[in-house]
Design a protein around this ligand. Structure first.
Ligand code: NAD
Length: 270
């Protein structure tokens, strides 16, 4: 095939691939941002999607938009997480993809000097304990199938320090990265791949609102991004679809950076 005849898929455009037909994907934090974009992308590639979110209205809307199933879940609750994967299996007969993505980044998680223990613990619970619970409860299904792709959302801050600290968030994402690597190694010979997705800053409503109020804050960050802009959620969702599909069959235990080159940069173009 010449380059001219290769199908081209770009963010926001209708994907040309149908790599996930017959697969069942569970997505946490499916109601917004990266999770919502991934819901649309995985469904468009043929997957049955189970949308999990603590926000019932947003999660339901996401599921309805793609003909999927909504399950209201607080990802910090072990019983609710177990019930989520049980529902996916009972509804569709397999659990092939787990996109463990729900996370928070609250304002009271800041410099270590001002961040209290309550804020620290809340962020650890939602961002890190949740990933432990999702992996723990989905792995037995994947072991029985001898197949599965687990994608845990970490962040570029798992590999880079930031002077604009969110101390518990950063520590939680480091934990997600290390845990994913270890699980990817432990379960590789059972046909299960586990990867840590490390997005750079993404244009989600939260980020847009924050930076609209404070353009200096946006500029402080943008200067470090070689491509000169933040990612769109659809660009992260495209990476999720790749990691979920057999196209990534030899990608395992990876620190999968989708960061526009931030982690590779010293001096960026002006
Ligand atoms: N936006 C970015 O710039 C960026 C960059 C790197 C990594 N990430 C990570 O990507 C993931 C998604 O981020 P986003 O920007 O799309 O966020 P978002 O706020 O747009 O969406 C997060 C979703 O998770 C849900 N959620 C929150 N707490 C929950 C809980 N306890 N149980 C179940 N659901 C819960 C929310 O209701 C929401 O729908 C997070 O893990 C985040 O840390 C985001």
């Amino acid at each position: 095939m010449s380059d001219q005849t290769l199908p081209v898929s770009s963010a926001g455009a209708t994907p040309v691939c149908r790599r996930l037909v017959g697969r069942t994907a569970v997505i946490t934090g499916a109601g917004s941002g990266i999770g919502l974009a991934a819901t649309r992308r995985l469904a468009s590639e043929g997957a049955n999607v189970v949308c999990a979110d603590i926000d019932a209205a947003a999660g339901k809307a996401a599921a309805e938009a793609v003909g999927g199933t909504f399950v209201q879940v607080d990802v910090t609750d072990s019983d609710q997480v177990a019930a989520l994967f049980e529902t996916a299996y009972d509804t569709y007969g397999s659990v092939d993809i787990a996109f463990n993505n729900a996370g928070i980044s609250p304002a009271d998680d800041d410099s270590i000097l001002t961040t209290g223990l309550d804020a620290w613990k809340r962020v650890q619970e939602v961002n890190l304990t949740s990933v432990y619970l999702c992996c723990k409860h989905v792995l037995p299904y994947m072991q029985r199938q001898r197949r599965g792709s687990i994608i845990n959302t970490a962040s570029f801050v798992a590999v880079l320090g930031a002077a604009t600290s969110q101390i518990s968030y950063t520590a939680s994402k480091g934990g997600v990265l290390s845990m994913s690597r270890e699980l990817g190694v432990q379960f590789a010979r059972e046909g299960i791949r586990v990867n840590a997705l490390c997005p750079g800053p993404v244009n989600t409503p939260l980020l847009k609102e924050l930076f609209a109020k404070d353009p200096e804050r946006a500029a402080r960050r943008l200067v470090h991004v070689p491509v000169g802009r933040f990612a769109e959620p659809e660009e992260i969702a495209a990476a999720v679809a790749f990691l979920a599909s057999d196209d990534s069959s030899f990608v395992n235990a990876a620190e999968f950076l989708v960061d526009g080159g931030i982690a590779g940069a010293y001096v960026t173009p002006v």
